[in-house]
Design a protein around this ligand. Structure first.
Ligand SMILES: *Cc1c(COP(=O)(O)O)cnc(C)c1O
Length: 423
């Protein structure tokens, strides 16, 4: 769809005249759809909701449009998006390169679980240290994986530089862009090949749905020997004469996205539900206004923290607009989540976490309500201790996710809670 982001977030990927002229996407709470020819097809393409559902398809099309992708596949969670993506790219065994400061459960999966499936990850301390990344590339390497903005330090990946490096070695760049959402940043416009999102977070923005989505930019050439899974003849992909085709034959540069749906969503089965897609679509209606206000609040809260004498550090790239990566990639703000360090012992931090009256102590981000958490013992507890130390996830580090409350109330709440923890 043409038009600006603010228009497309309300209209893209959906035609009301095909759905009883309902301006909102209806909930198709339906398991299977009537087939209209004996080969098991239906003119709209929906047969069974594990493979495709009209409400979920509208969510997919809308995010695909907003992210600038060519195909999108919604799944049951952000972790399902990551898992399906990594298995699809490195199926049968292979090697991934990633920074060591990625989302805790993602790191747990790549560090401990995926090696049992033959997929091994080398972690680097700084993904923008291109010579270290390049030195790790082997014939077994299948992808470079990164987050656009890290959690909770808000380190920014240089997506254009990484894409250039990846493409020089005929590798795809996979970016988890959950924190910025497509409103603040669109990795596919900067050379990334695949985006993954947890739409549990800022995309939906109301803390009421667990879901994820994979977006294929449709630029990468999967024809290389490195990716044999895209060159197998598939019974599920008959050509016009009924002969099996490969994913590359059938879909060219969008083979990745189609294969995620037809192999990993259809067979592993972690689908998004129609009701969750409906709620997430409702959340997207206000994504621009929510993020503008939350970014503004986050800047005010972070500025306040820099003036609090008990605070020894504030980790938020948003308060450094002069930083070249912030300037280049994040003119609308870096996001709504950041962290700070208190000159406190663990007991005092515990007191802080339990003394806030507006901030809720829970392990989520991107809610319209403000949230507080201690990463070392909660969100990153599955990260090996030496990596937690290396990333600065100390006992006195506190993460905030800033919501839509009045900034002055958030500041007053933190101020009283910090005073409380030191009394
Ligand atoms: C939350 C999150 C995930 C996982 O998403 P779920 O929906 O909880 O499975 C992945 N990546 C990032 C950056 C996240 O914040």
């Amino acid at each position: 769809m043409t038009g600006r982001f603010e228009t497309r977030r309300l209209h893209a990927g959906y035609e009301p005249e095909k759905h009883g002229h309902s301006p909102l996407v209806p909930i198709y709470q339906t398991a299977a759809f009537e087939m209209t020819d004996p080969n098991g097809r239906n003119p709209e393409g929906f047969v069974y909701s594990r493979v495709g559902n009209p409400t979920v398809a509208a969510f997919e099309s809308r995010i695909c449009d907003l992210a600038g992708g060519s195909t999108a596949t919604a799944v049951a969670s952000g972790m399902a998006a990551i898992t399906d993506t990594l298995l699809n790219v490195a199926e049968g065994g292979g090697h991934i390169i990633a920074p060591n400061n990625i989302y805790g459960a993602g790191l747990d999966e790549m560090y401990y679980l995926l090696p049992k499936f033959g997929i091994k990850t080398d972690f680097v301390k700084d993904i923008n240290d291109f010579s270290s990344v390049e030195a790790l590339i082997t014939p077994e390497t299948k992808a470079i994986y990164t987050e656009s903005v890290s959690n909770p330090s808000t380190a920014i990946a240089d997506i254009e530089g990484l894409a250039t490096l990846a493409h020089k070695h005929h590798l795809p760049l996979i970016v988890d862009n959950t924190f910025p959402t497509p409103y603040l940043f669109r990795p596919l416009e900067h050379g990334a090949d695949i985006d993954v999102y947890s739409s549990t977070k800022g995309i939906n923005g109301h803390g009421n749905v667990v879901s994820g989505i994979v977006i294929d930019g449709g630029h990468f050439d999967w024809n290389a020997e490195r990716f044999p899974q895209f060159h197998e003849k598939e019974l599920i992909l008959p050509n016009a004469d009924g002969k099996p085709q490969t994913f590359v034959d059938a879909f060219g540069n969008t083979a990745f996205g189609h294969r995620i749906r037809m192999k990993y969503v259809r067979l592993f089965g972690a689908v998004m539900s129609p009701f969750d897609a409906y709620l997430a679509l409702l959340g997207i209606d206000t994504i621009a206004e929510r993020l503008d206000k939350e970014v503004n609040n986050a800047l005010k809260v972070a500025q306040y923290l820099t003036t609090n004498s008990h605070v020894t550090a504030v980790h938020y790239a948003g308060i450094h607009p002069e930083d070249p990566l912030v300037k280049k990639y994040f003119p609308k703000g870096v996001g709504t989540t950041f962290s700070f360090e208190l000159a406190a012992n663990e007991e005092q931090v515990d007191k802080l976490l339990l003394s806030t009256k507006i901030f809720t102590y829970l392990p989520n981000v991107g809610d319209s309500r403000s949230l507080i958490v201690n990463p070392r013992r909660v969100t990153h507890r599955e990260v090996p201790l030496h990596l937690r130390d290396e990333q600065g996830l100390t006992a006195n580090l506190v993460r905030l996710s800033i919501g839509l409350e009045a900034a002055d109330d958030l500041i007053a709440d933190l101020d009283q809670a910090i005073t409380c923890s030191f009394s």
